[in-house]
Structure formats: structure tokens, C-alpha cells
Write a protein that binds this ligand. Structure first.
Ligand code: DX5
Ligand code: ZN
Length: 227
């Protein structure tokens, strides 16, 4: 099955001093979704930003807001992220004991529900919640930081998750170390939604963002490196 490829730049790699302008710039540059990495210094060893920041930048674009929660617990904060303007809310399977409940809560708020799997987490954790999912995120680095190297160990997991999804309308997202060099491999394994931080914002020059996004998109189609 051929699915439209979604490119979702992670604003974790943006210049935070000019965050609104950066979001506007990736919107103009052809981003499909805006990927927001929320980190709590507890579930992951880093702290980024929360619902108030998302609410503020929500005003500068109409693109889909894809909110990746790397926080534990998640349930007490879901409503705040929904109200801030998240369209997709993704929680980590490892963040709490009641994944099924968290996914129900996200859909009850009228938002798309995603689950993210750390590199060491087997895909079997989603077996009994598949019908509550709009997105599965296979982490291709250990969550917490941008700019890490892609873990090739996750390619078989992407393939297995794709098989589990079958014909359900569930997006298969990859996040971490995605570049023009590996974009074709993850798409070939079954990914259809690519998060990229460093590969889009590298250099922090807005003029380059369109070229970076187009390059990633082209790499997914051809498997070859665009010049
Ligand atoms: C990692 C985050 C990623 C990260 C991606 O915890 O979830 O979204 O920002 O950044 P790159 O593309 O630089 O690996
Ligand atoms: Zn992310």
C-alpha cells in the first residue's frame, strides 16, 4: 500500500529565542506537521517545554500539531495539551501502567491518539490497544535529546509494527536521527511519517529549511541522495 509521506520537523532543534518565527518558517518551507517534543526531566533526562509554549506557537500556523509527550505521568496533563491545540497526542507505552486508559482519554478529548515505543520496548505492547490508536511512533533513538545517531536495530520493529497495523488507518511514525541517508530505509520498512529535528533545522537558517524538507521527501521517494 502506498501512503502519503508526512514530514514532521521537530521544533526541539529550532532556535527557541525565535520559536514563533521558526514555526512560521517551517510552515512556509513545506512541513506537513509540527512535531513538539515535551520532556519532563523525569521520564527522560532533559526538560524542554510544556502546554503554554505550544498554545503560544499554535497561533502562527494551521498545520497539524503533533505532540510527543515524554513525561510521566501523562494522564493529568492530557487535557492541557488538548486545550493548547494539539491535534495528535502521543504518550509513551513505558510512561505508566495504564496505556489503554491514556489512549481512551486522548480520544475522549477529541484528539488523535498515539503511542511511542522506546528502542528497548517490544512491539507486542500495542497488540491489545491497536483499535484505540491513530499513530504508532517507533523511536529510533533513546528519547531525550536531538542530534543522536539513528539506531538500525529498530528497522525490524518498524517492519513488524507495519504488519500489526494491517489495513487499519494508523500512521507509523519514526523519530530520532532521521536523515536523507536513512529516510528510504525506514519508509521501505513501513514508516509513513518522519520526524526530523537536526536534518531540518541544521544550521538554523530559514533559507535552508525548504531545501532540507524537500530533500528528505525526495529521499523517501527515490532512495537516492538528492544533490
Ligand atoms: C528525541 C525527540 C526527537 C528529536 C529528533 O527525544 O523525540 O523528536 O528531537 O531530533 P533529531 O532528528 O535531531 O534526532
Ligand atoms: Zn519526538
Amino acid at each position: 500500500m502506498t501512503r502519503e509521506i508526512i514530514i514532521a520537523p521537530s521544533i526541539l532543534a529550532a532556535d527557541f529565542a525565535r520559536l514563533g518565527d521558526e514555526v512560521a518558517a517551517i510552515d512556509r518551507a513545506g512541513a506537513d506537521w509540527i512535531h513538539c517534543d515535551v520532556m519532563d526531566g523525569h521520564f527522560v533526562p532533559n526538560i524542554s517545554f510544556g502546554a503554554d509554549v505550544i498554545k503560544a506557537i499554535r497561533l502562527v500556523t494551521k498545520k497539524i500539531f503533533d505532540v510527543h509527550l515524554m513525561i510521566a505521568p501523562t494522564d493529568p496533563y492530557l487535557e492541557a495539551f488538548a486545550e493548547a491545540g494539539a491535534d495528535v497526542i502521543t504518550v509513551h507505552a513505558e510512561a505508566g501502567p495504564h496505556l489503554d486508559r491514556s489512549l481512551q482519554a486522548i480520544r475522549a478529548l477529541g484528539r488523535k491518539a498515539g503511542v511511542s515505543l522506546c528502542p528497548a520496548t517490544p512491539e507486542s505492547v500495542i497488540e491489545y490497544v491497536l483499535d484505540r490508536l491513530d499513530l504508532v511512533l517507533v523511536m529510533t533513538v533513546n528519547p531525550g535529546f536531538g542530534g543522536q545517531a539513528f539506531l538500525t536495530s529498530q528497522i525490524p520493529k518498524i517492519r513488524r509494527v507495519r504488519a500489526m497495523i494491517g489495513d487499519r488507518p494508523i500512521r507509523l511514525q519514526v523519530d530520532g536521527g532521521i536523515t536523507r541517508q536513512n529516510a528510504a530505509a525506514v519508509v521501505e520498512a513501513g514508516a509513513d511519517t518522519l520526524v526530523a529535528g537536526s536534518a531540518v533545522f541544521g544550521g538554523n537558517t530559514a533559507a535552508e529549511y525548504a531545501n532540507n524538507i524537500a530533500g528528505l521527501r525526495l529521499a523517501t521517494k527515490t532512495g537516492r541522495l538528492p544533490s
